[in-house]
Design a protein around this ligand. Sequence first.
Ligand SMILES: [Zn+2]
Ligand SMILES: [Zn+2]
Ligand SMILES: [Zn+2]
Length: 102
Amino acid sequence: MSIETRPSTSSGAQCEQCGRFMKSEESLKKHGKTHDEAHRNLECTTCQKRYHSAELLRKHQIVHNVPKKSIECEKCDKKYSSKTALSKHMRTHDTAKRWGVF
Ligand SMILES: [Zn+2]
Ligand SMILES: [Zn+2]
Ligand SMILES: [Zn+2]
């Protein structure tokens, strides 16, 4: 993030968040609310952290995705993204056992 706070020599007011110039303090206030709403939308649904950009939020959410993608097989340490995938894989162990007994 690089927000340059320039002295507002020109008439009007500059938005600190996006650098846009507004005609007056009043319109700047109104404009600022659009950023607040945007922020509300950029909230992580898992931990409620807020981010300035969708890009940052997406990057953050990888943190939550990693543990989900590491459901480990007890028998061979292979990792799967879902329990369905793991249980499918577990069947191969069952088959192997059967073959072993046979
Ligand atoms: Zn703005
Ligand atoms: Zn989060
Ligand atoms: Zn396994």
